[in-house]
Design a protein around this ligand. Structure first.
Ligand code: NAD
Ligand code: DAU
Length: 332
């Protein structure tokens, strides 16, 4: 049994990790979360109080972070500003949380000699051509496109520097696009599902040829636990489940699964600087650490996710109007 500090544990993937770890380990989890617009205490409802505690706070608050990091065996760092469209409208919070917040955690991990796992994204590698036979690997050069991905890239580089210069015992994982329950309605898949549930047509940026490499959030969580248990300090591991799909195909699949005509969507203004394709080669994680994804069939995972949004309107409805007002201002 270990004591873990999970930053951003009230967000989409962080809360999935907390649920997953409660079910699959004996660890005690302390969640540190600022509860920004993206955090939701309801995502942690029903978890046993003797296994999970919650601290409201900012990862850039050095005194608070020092106290918390000093009282655990390891930090799993999910907290971030995570949405590209927001970063294009206002980059400021991305610099604060993704860079200053990550720096603050690294300094505390250094002072207390505490193991840290940093959660990052495949977006740090930029994008690929549609017909490029290559996929991202751990040695692909960094080439981020947006304020979001550049601040995530910066946080990865801070982690690498703190490992080399100060001997911090850290690992990094870069994962592809996650889907599953509890994802904020600003993101592609939940936005389209909840639009359809409200009788609104889904919104496809540009022509929808952009490809994302989808992985179920449970599989991201199992990979992170594997890296925490078996990963080599100082190493980076890419996490992916061979789930490449273009956005138009995904929208058509959602419409069909929800009993609508497959072409009942609108093309809207494209995202500035929109990355064309992400694709992960997770050979290192699979061969070195023996990890495998559980969800092999995207369509059935998507159907279960649709059902979750049907059953949990009270979770997503409070955020829906403000999210759509934001997109309306952008013509999206
Ligand atoms: P999210 O936006 O759903 O959740 C982020 C959480 O962090 C929220 O609970 C928010 O309240 C909290 N937070 C934000 N700023 C904070 C601060 N200063 N102090 C404390 N808490 C703060 O994000 P997500 O989609 O769950 O992503 C989690 C992590 O996974 C991020 O680091 C992201 O870069 C990474 N990631 C996401 C994906 C994806 O597909 N969503 C894929 C790969 C990697
Ligand atoms: O690749 C990992 C990344 O995946 C994570 O690091 C990010 O935190 C996460 O948000 C996600 O980034 P994307 O920008 O790929 O995800 P998003 O859900 O915003 O969009 C997915 C694709 O769908 C993208 O090509 C843009 C498009 N899109 C998005 C929205 C919201 C649409 O066509 N219509 C939409 O309404």
């Amino acid at each position: 049994m270990a004591r873990l500090l999970v930053t951003g544990g009230a967000g989409f993937i962080g809360s999935n990790f907390v649920h997953y770890a409660v079910e699959h380990t004996d660890h005690h989890l302390t969640v540190l979360d600022k509860l920004t617009y993206a955090g939701n205490r309801e995502s942690l409802a029903g978890l046993p109080e003797d296994r999970v505690s919650f601290v409201l706070g900012d990862i850039a608050d050095a005194a608070l972070v020092d106290d918390l990091v000093g009282s655990v065996d390891a930090v799993v760092h999910y907290a971030a500003e995570s949405h590209n469209d927001n970063s294009l409208s206002d980059p400021h919070p991305f610099l604060h949380t993704n860079l200053v917040g990550s720096f603050t955690l690294l300094e505390a991990a250094r002072r207390h000699s505490v193991r840290l796992h940093h959660i990052s994204t495949d977006e740090v590698y930029g994008d690929l051509e549609l017909d490029d036979p290559a996929r991202f690997t751990e040695t692909t050069p960094y080439n981020p496109s947006s304020p979001y991905s550049s601040t995530k890239a910066g946080s990865d580089l801070l982690v690498r520097a703190w490992v080399r210069s100060f001997g911090v015992e850290a690992t990094i994982s870069n994962c592809s696009n996650n889907y599953g329950p509890y994802q904020h309605v600003e993101k592609f898949i939940p936005r389209q599902i909840t639009n359809i549930l409200r009788g609104v047509r889904p919104k496809l940026y540009g022509e929808g040829r952009n490809v994302r490499d989808w992985i179920h959030a449970d599989d991201h969580s199992s990979a992170v636990l594997t890296i925490l248990e078996k990963g080599r300090v100082g190493e980076t591991y890419l996490i992916g489940a061979d789930g490449e799909k273009d956005n138009k195909t995904v929208i058509e699949m959602i419409l069909t699964l929800m009993g609508q005509p497959a072409d009942a969507f609108d093309h809207v203004t494209d995202r500035a600087g929109h990355d064309l394709r992400y694709a992960i080669d997770s050979t290192k994680l699979r061969t070195e650490l023996g990890w495998r994804p559980h969800y092999q069939d995207f369509e059935s995972g998507l159907a279960a996710t649709i059902q979750w949004y049907r059953d949990n309107e009270s979770w997503w409805a409070p955020a829906k109007d403000a999210t759509e007002a934001f997109y309306a201002r952008l013509g999206q």
